[in-house]
Design a protein around this ligand. Structure first.
Ligand code: ZN
Length: 466
């Protein structure tokens, strides 16, 4: 058993949280029913390489995003409460941090081969000597003296939150969703080694963990990171009990995830790869989910006795992300999270866990994103807002835009007019587009490659009999 690792809650402090059994003994059922989110964060201290996009700043951005949404939820609850209550109590009523340990070798070896788990530790003396070294496995991954600790903490956090989700579900109270903000990411790591910034595959380990510990007979892993999760696909390639479904940009790293990769042997038909063109925006993202991924998942889970949904939640499909060319914005993560909740509620008893994968735009440069750390932080805030049942930031901004238009057109021109070439009072502005612009200083390119994308979705429906 590996000793307990430093635990961070959303404010960066060590947390000593209750286990669910304690919560259930100590708190009234109606309070537990109001809980919407269980979360864990692991900052990956010391696992960082100067100038590398998978950097320590991502932790801060992620935690800031979570905190921003929780603060808003807290405020909304204060406004709604008929009787004054303690603020911390209100916050805890909506979202709880989960205590966790480092993943044991036994957990890691649910997916990774023992030689790799041991081999990574054996690299530590060389890493201490070098400070930071690179492991070349067809997609370089940097490695520091702290990397093993960061990676086993990330996997441990994911499994602990999954355990809590199942415990709530078993206790016959409403089932909160889980959000795991950890690094390094995991979905490129294959059973035998690291790849593409990833050391251990948290999403794959959680899938195996809930099968073994909680008797889930079927697990769906949906991956909306802009890169294909080749490691997760590898882990379950010939397995009929796990569906891996990914929408990702075609012809970029890891150069896998072609539409004809459907799994093999008993797992044939249990790998769904949607390689979408550069420029894919919200229309193709939602179309992919609504007409291919969700129907496929529903069909896969139709005869399941107990199932679990894991989301490999990468945020690098954002239009500001430096690693790819999708055109999503933070609001799109809000709507994808809403769809995920609906699917898990309908097919998996609400058992749903988001695990952070990529997402590399952590710039603090513009006014709107200051304080939440660029596209990554805003996107995580949006996913959290969706989970907590709040309005999206886009909707809030749009409503504010409408209010401004209704009350004082000249003020609205000041807010949004310059962005669209207007300048005078009464400039005609679409409030939704204006809100997207206000968030980032520019809007995503509107012209999606619809014909190419729709053709891929059509072919996927044919291949998978949807
Ligand atoms: Zn990625």
């Amino acid at each position: 058993m590996v000793s307990a690792q430093k635990k961070l809650n959303s404010t960066g402090r060590r947390s000593g949280r209750w286990r669910t059994s304690e919560r259930c003994r100590c708190r009234a059922a109606q309070e537990l029913d109001s809980l919407k989110l269980l979360y864990a964060a692991s900052s990956g201290d010391g696992h960082t390489m100067p100038g590398h996009p998978e950097c320590f700043a991502r932790s801060n951005a992620a935690l800031n995003g979570l905190n921003t949404a929780l603060e808003e939820a807290n405020q909304a609850t204060v406004n709604d409460a008929s009787t004054p209550r303690d603020l911390e109590q209100l916050k805890n009523a909506l979202a709880n941090g989960v205590d966790y340990d480092e993943a044991t070798d036994e957990l890691l070896q649910l997916v990774h081969v023992p030689a790799y788990v041991e081999g990574l530790r054996e690299l530590l003396p060389r890493a201490r000597e070098a400070g930071c070294m690179t492991i070349e496995t067809g997609g370089p991954t940097y490695f520091t003296p702290y990397s093993v600790m960061a990676a086993v903490s990330a996997v441990g956090a994911a499994c602990a939150v999954a355990d809590e989700i199942v415990a709530f579900n078993n206790a016959a109270v409403s089932t909160p969703a889980g959000l795991v903000l950890t690094r390094p990411p995991g979905h490129h790591a294959v059973p035998g080694g690291p790849k593409g910034f990833c050391l251990y595959n948290g999403a794959a380990v959680v899938a195996r963990h809930v099968q073994q510990k909680h008797n889930c007979d079927k697990v769906v892993v949906i991956d909306f990171d802009v890169h294909y999760g080749n490691g997760t696909a590898d882990a379950f390639r010939d397995d009929s009990s796990v569906l891996y479904a990914s929408m990702h940009q075609e012809r970029i790293f890891p150069f896998e995830g072609n539409i004809d990769e459907v799994g093999q042997g008993e797992g044939e038909g249990c790998n769904l790869a949607l390689p979408l063109p550069a420029g894919t925006g919200r229309t193709l993202a939602f179309e992919s989910w609504d007409t291919v991924i969700a129907p496929k998942a529903r069909e896969f889970l139709r005869d399941a006795k107990k199932c679990f949904v894991v989301i490999s939640a990468g945020f690098d499909a954002h239009f500001l992300d430096p690693t790819a060319q999708f055109m999503w914005d933070a609001s799109d993560y809000y709507h994808l999270a809403r769809r995920a909740r609906e699917l898990a509620g309908e097919c998996a008893g609400g058992r749903l866990l988001y695990i952070m994968e990529g997402g590399y735009h952590v710039d603090n440069g513009n006014e709107a994103s200051r304080g939440v750390g660029g596209a990554l932080g805003v996107s995580i805030a949006e996913l959290t807002r969706s989970t907590l049942g709040l309005a999206s930031l886009e909707e809030t901004l749009a409503a504010r835009g409408n209010q401004v238009e209704a009350s004082a057109p000249e003020k609205k021109a000041g807010l949004f007019g310059n962005m669209f070439g207007g300048g005078g009072g009464g400039a005609k502005v679409d409030p939704v587009e204006a809100s997207r612009f206000a968030l980032y200083g520019r809007a995503p390119r509107p012209d999606e490659p619809m014909e190419l994308g729709m053709d891929i979705l059509h072919r996927a429906r044919q291949i998978h009999g949807i």
